[in-house]
Design a protein around this ligand. Structure first.
Ligand code: RB5
Length: 147
């Protein structure tokens, strides 16, 4: 992985978990780019998925973490861009395989679904697992062709 910062973004439902994960990232030595939201007031998750898309497309970051209540809405929104491979993960195994098989560049989590320790396990697996390549290369390439 490059030395680029990791972006974090959430809606209001994901705000507390995003803050905990941002703190964990800093403790692990990563620089972070916090794309909001900045408090518990109600906001719309697509806006924060779009901020993540822009940060990745513009090359400010290569990887990011998105959090909403379930992780569903914010991952759907992020995956509308062909350059985003956002994986909604619920445990260390899904996060590891999302990197190994899918070369996921965004980890999506549901703050109302997973606890903070499971979320941190997902984060560590997401950051430390390399894409396996090989038979997965052509499949991941097909994800970006819109077909
Ligand atoms: C917000 O209440 C909630 O709908 C949102 O965080 C997310 O779970 C949507 O998928």
């Amino acid at each position: 992985m490059s030395g680029k910062p990791i972006a974090v973004a959430s809606d209001h439902a994901g705000y507390d978990l995003k803050a905990a994960l941002a703190e964990a990232l800093v403790a692990m030595g990563y620089e972070i780019v916090d794309l909001g939201t900045d408090g518990p007031d109600s906001v719309d998750y697509p806006d924060f998925a779009k901020a993540m898309i822009r940060a990745i497309v513009e090359g400010r970051v290569e990887r990011g973490v998105l959090v909403c209540g379930t992780g569903v809405g914010i991952s759907i929104a992020a995956n509308r861009h062909p350059g985003i491979r956002a994986a909604l993960c619920h445990n260390e195994t899904t996060a590891r395989l999302a990197r190994e098989h899918n070369d996921a560049n965004v980890l999506a989590l549901g703050a109302r679904i997973v606890g903070v320790e499971v979320a941190k396990d997902c984060l560590k697996a997401f950051l430390t697992t390399e894409f396996a390549g090989g038979r997965h290369e052509k499949r991941v390439a097909k994800l970006a062709d819109g077909g």
